[in-house]
Write a protein that binds this ligand. Structure first.
Ligand SMILES: C[S@@+](CC[C@H](N)C(=O)[O-])C[C@H]1O[C@@H](n2cnc3c(N)ncnc32)[C@H](O)[C@@H]1O
Length: 218
């Protein structure tokens, strides 16, 4: 299943899968914002931001610290609870609205100056990623930016190796968005190497991709 609506049991099992994944450890991500987000957003004027698949909230918290008013969403209540705690510790609770969504079934309302999807990957092929990313484009305000960062090539998640997941190139992501060329400008469409240290100290290398698009003003 890719772009079809999911059945209720499937939605429940995806949420349960991610809750269980987060419960494996008190923290599963580094706690640092993604390097590609920092690089690509640093020059933008803060406004309203939407973070899709926010996980434990490091990106949303970083955005809030830069002055963005953030809506951050994830399918996992466990992750969101953890993220909200960190947001409070960071003193930015009033700048982040944490929302529980299975993005294959519901999507945050509103229009945003930045819509960011950082490593919005899931197990198997149960998440309709292309459809979600088209909704993401639809949520970008005129003049705003859509930033999609993900893995290219073969996934090597330590605990959840799912070779059936297709990890598209940035060009494939762009093509799947099917955006009208006269309304969008491509700012970045490239692969890059991402070497990071996992919470357990393991050094992990991926080929990642960045797609950064601007919706032209009306
Ligand atoms: C690989 S993690 C990335 C987390 C975070 N963006 C980061 O870069 O650290 C993917 C995230 O997407 C979330 N996710 C998976 N399927 C989802 C769905 N259908 N709707 C919303 N979030 C989903 C997971 O719970 C997880 O937090």
């Amino acid at each position: 299943m890719t772009d079809d609506l999911k059945s209720e049991p499937q939605r429940e099992s995806d949420a349960a899968f991610w809750d269980a994944r987060y419960q494996e450890n008190h923290r599963i991500w580094s706690g640092n914002p993604n390097a590609a987000l920092v690089k690509e957003v640093a020059g933008l004027t803060p406004g309203r931001a939407l973070d899709l698949g926010c996980g434990e909230g490091a990106d949303a918290i970083w955005l809030a610290r830069q002055g963005w008013q953030v809506t951050a969403t994830d399918i996992s209540q466990v992750a969101l609870g953890r993220a909200a705690e960190q947001g409070t510790v960071a003193g930015v609770a009033d700048r982040i609205d944490w929302q529980l969504h299975d993005l294959g079934a519901s999507f945050p309302t509103g229009s945003f100056d930045l819509v960011s999807a950082q490593y919005l990957h899931s197990r198997g092929d149960t998440m309709p990623r292309e459809r979600i990313l088209r909704s993401a484009a639809g949520a970008v305000a005129p003049g705003g930016v859509l930033l999609i960062v993900g893995h290219s090539g073969v996934a090597n998640w330590e605990h959840n190796h799912h070779p059936e997941v297709h990890l598209p190139s940035p060009e494939e992501v762009l093509a799947a968005l099917a955006l009208p060329a006269d309304k969008w400008e491509t700012l970045v469409c490239e692969e890059h190497e991402n070497i990071r240290t996992a919470p357990d100290g393991t050094v992990v290398g991926h080929t990642d991709n960045t797609l950064k698009l601007r919706r032209l003003p009306d």
